[in-house]
Design a binder for this molecule. Structure first.
Ligand SMILES: Nc1ncnc2c1ncn2[C@@H]1O[C@H](COP(=O)(O)OP(=O)(O)OP(=O)(O)O)[C@@H](O)[C@H]1O
Length: 280
């Protein structure tokens, strides 16, 4: 059975003044898969992410998110908080954005603030006495503990988030995003700055998230992570798609090799001709 697309990006363009950062870019992310968006520095990956998650309004194009219940949302028409709350898309950023003075557990409870406030009826009395609030608070703690276990952080639950190692802080950010119950999780360079052991722990966490039914879209420079865990890789160069397929397909695509090595277009064509002739 072919998987359906959770995210469809069609003819996306984004212009900054005279610079066409993204130029007629289309791709799909399938439900239940890890899709990686890769490309050399300045290729436009973060810009695409910012368009999907509502931080930028695209100059042109359509971004459709299809939820599991069949509801569809045109993300370019929603505001960033609606993309999270209504369309079920969560994201992390290149720079870690935790409350470093709060404990690890508190960071995950803050992420569930909306659910808790709703259960309180938005009143102080509600916070103190409503059974609905007590139930919601208990569920929020259970959910936080569940994600702390999976992120291998349960032993650090009561420590300030700022005391965690860099790799552990990255996992905490991902756990925090998962506490909002997304259908699509967008990760901006989750492996940046991690040591090899932390990278392996991250890979396990990301696979667990996918196997639990959440689709993932990630920007990543660390090819060991991309090739190891991605089901599907999309390659951008100068705001345009140059390759799209399985990790093996992309890894062997002369255009991708050329983009990363800085080879000229005519040299790529020469390599492609040789590949077609079977002489390389
Ligand atoms: N807010 C902005 N205003 C003007 N130009 C921008 C803006 N954001 C990005 N750009 C430009 O758009 C192009 C794509 O940048 P982007 O950050 O999306 O690339 P990237 O692939 O994420 O790069 P990196 O891998 O280095 O993070 C670059 O030329 C960048 O300078």
């Amino acid at each position: 059975m072919t998987k359906d697309a959770i995210l469809k990006v069609e003819h996306l363009s984004m212009k900054f003044g005279g610079l066409m950062a993204i130029n007629d870019f289309s791709f799909e992310a399938k439900r239940g898969e890890i899709t990686a968006l890769i490309g050399p520095n300045g290729a436009g990956k973060t810009t695409v992410f910012n368009c999907i998650t509502g931080f930028y309004k695209p100059t042109m194009g359509m971004i459709t998110l299809s939820r599991e219940n069949g509801k569809e949302f045109l993300l370019e028409r929603l505001r960033d908080f609606e993309i999270n709350k209504v369309a079920g898309v969560s994201r992390t950023f290149q720079n870690i954005r935790l409350f470093s003075g709060l404990t690890v557990l508190e960071n995950l409870l803050v992420a569930q603030h909306n659910v808790l406030m709703k259960a309180s009826g938005f009143t102080v009395l509600g916070l103190l006495g409503l059974p609905a609030y007590k139930t919601a608070a208990k569920e929020a703690i259970e959910k936080a503990r569940y994600w702390l276990e999976l992120a291998d952080l349960i032993d650090r639950a009561d420590d300030p988030a700022g005391d965690l190692s860099y790799g552990a802080q990255r996992r905490l950010e991902i756990a925090r995003a998962m506490c909002t119950g997304p259908e699509l999780l967008c990760l901006d360079e989750p492996a940046a700055g991690l040591n090899p052991k932390e990278s392996l722990t991250l890979n396990t966490l990301l696979r667990t998230i996918r196997d639990g039914g959440t689709s993932l879209l990630l920007i990543e420079h660390d090819m060991s992570v991309v090739m190891e865990i991605s089901d599907h890789v999309v390659v951008l160069e100068y705001g345009q798609k140059i390759s799209d397929g399985t990790p093996d397909h992309v890894k062997n695509d002369p255009k991708v090799i050329a983009a990363y090595l800085g080879v000229e277009d005519d040299e790529v064509e020469a390599i492609e001709e040789k590949l077609d002739e079977g002489t390389v």
